[in-house]
Design a protein around this ligand. Structure first.
Ligand SMILES: *Cc1c(COP(=O)(O)O)cnc(C)c1O
Length: 450
């Protein structure tokens, strides 16, 4: 530990070090190779080819050390190649790498499920299943909800993101790049308005209750509550631009679901595992979902995801109805157990909250100085700024891309997001040293000054 309470530097120096242009010659060479080998449908935010990463830095093939404000999209909160995760995975790899839990089970799968049942919101009896990706978790949550209720419809929201499979891209709001040309889409998916405070027509004040009333009205008039299996929402919307639904919105929707036999599914794939300063973002307004989908931060980068839900719902589905060859792979389960120990022993929820306390005032100061910063929002280590043309709320995706590029050139890895592509989002690992966090913010300021 250092004096500021952040963990001591690990294997790699926790410093920004730029020794070539970004991307450098070696990365550009690899990019050339990639263009002839990898289908262009898979993009990369910043084509620097990574050779090493640790704590708050990512090192590339040219020897540049970049400050990481992305955590591989909210995955490596406990730090990249976290020593406890790496050791547990290596140890497991030396014993057995796979049996398929559906063929011959092992303890770590059970232990991960016990932990998920314990830490997800609500103290009711729960069960979990393990799968491979966030999309697979969301898709299974919908399957389970339909099975348990015997109803077909699923309600999702404007700006929502739930994945790239056929069902989950249907559940996702944004056409380009997620849906365009990939239809026809899955049936019985309905989209409702979101309480988006910054863009609500009558302003942020009445936004929560007004938007909830519109959702209830739409479900009642257009779908019929008795046809709805589930309402599915991210408690803070991720790819949609880190939108925190206005206060009161989520509780009102959850209450409407409860009184109509509709299951409330929280997609905590991006918000889960300490990211927002709570273990799960639903805790902020005391929401207890019937089903929770988790992934990203669950296993420090090993592919793992889960559905956790009320035992009476989860117990309904017949044997063999759920699962998959790799779901709950033993390496990923060991990683998840290590991640949970790191979060709980290291009190990383508190550290995520502390990152928010450091970053938010500086982002707000940026908004005062630059009228292009229209909104500052988020919680814990999940923060964003929305960029607009000064004096309006017209999205400015060009400026957003320009600022991101300047940050990249200076050695700060930032991501963009948002339905209009005009959001800069920040997802630092919880273990980033405080001086590096502040240096990242200095770079952001310099990039705006340009
Ligand atoms: C990333 C994400 C998904 C999809 O997860 P994958 O592992 O990429 O399939 C689903 N929901 C949310 C909220 C996400 O952020």
């Amino acid at each position: 530990m250092t004096s500021n309470g952040f963990p001591a530097p690990g294997r790699l120096p926790q410093e920004r070090r730029i020794v070539t242009e970004i991307p450098g010659p070696r990365s550009r060479e690899l990019q050339e190779r990639r263009l002839t080998a990898v289908a262009p449908g898979v993009g990369s935010v910043l084509p620097v080819y990574v050779t090493d990463a640790d704590g708050g830095v990512v090192v590339d093939a040219d020897g540049n050390s970049l400050i990481d404000f992305g955590s591989g999209i909210a995955v490596t909160g406990v730090g990249n190649a976290n020593p406890r995760v790496a050791a547990r995975v290596a140890e497991q790899a030396g014993r057995f790498t796979h049996t398929c839990f559906m063929v011959a089970p092992y303890e770590s799968y059970v232990a991960v499920c016990e932990n998920l049942n314990r830490i997800t919101p609500g103290d009711h009896e729960k069960r979990s299943i393990l799968v491979n990706s966030g999309a697979e978790a969301v898709e299974n949550a919908v399957k389970i909800a339909r099975y348990a209720t015997g109803r077909p419809a699923v309600v999702v929201f404007d700006h929502g993101y739930h994945g790239r499979t056929l069902l989950t891209m249907t559940l996702t709001a944004k056409n380009m790049p997620y849906k365009h040309g990939f239809g026809p889409y899955a049936p019985e998916v309905y989209r409702a308005p979101l309480a988006y405070p910054y863009r609500w027509p009558t302003g942020p004040d009445g936004c929560g209750p007004e938007a909830a009333a519109q959702v209830v009205d739409q479900i009642t008039k257009q779908i019929g509550p008795s046809n709805v299996a589930a309402v599915l929402i991210e408690p803070i919307l991720g790819e949609g631009g880190f939108i925190e639904p206005a206060p009161g919105f989520l509780p009102a929707i959850a209450e409407f679901c409860r009184s109509n036999g509709i299951l409330f599914i929280a997609d905590e794939v991006q918000t889960g595992f300490a990211r927002t300063g709570d273990m799960f973002a639903c805790e902020h307004e005391g929401i207890v979902p019937d089903l929770v989908a988790t992934a990203k931060g669950i296993a420090g980068g090993l592919p793992l995801a889960a559905v956790t839900g009320r035992a009476d719902i989860m117990d309904k589905v017949h044997g063999g109805g759920l699962g998959g060859t790799y779901g709950g792979n033993p390496l990923a389960c060991e990683a998840a157990l290590a991640v949970l120990e790191e979060i709980e022993e290291g009190k990383l929820t508190r550290r995520a909250a502390r990152i928010g306390e450091i970053m938010l005032p500086r982002l707000r100061a940026l908004a005062e100085r630059y009228p292009a910063v229209g909104d500052v929002r988020g919680r814990g280590a999940m923060l964003a700024i929305e960029l607009v043309r000064p004096g309006t709320k017209d999205p400015d995706p060009e400026l957003t891309a320009r600022v991101a590029r300047r940050c990249h050139e200076r050695g700060l890895l930032v991501l963009t997001a948002g339905t209009y592509g005009n959001v800069l989002r920040f997802l630092p690992p919880f273990v980033i040293p405080e001086d590096l966090l502040n240096e990242g913010l200095d770079i952001l300021e310099e990039s705006f000054a340009d």
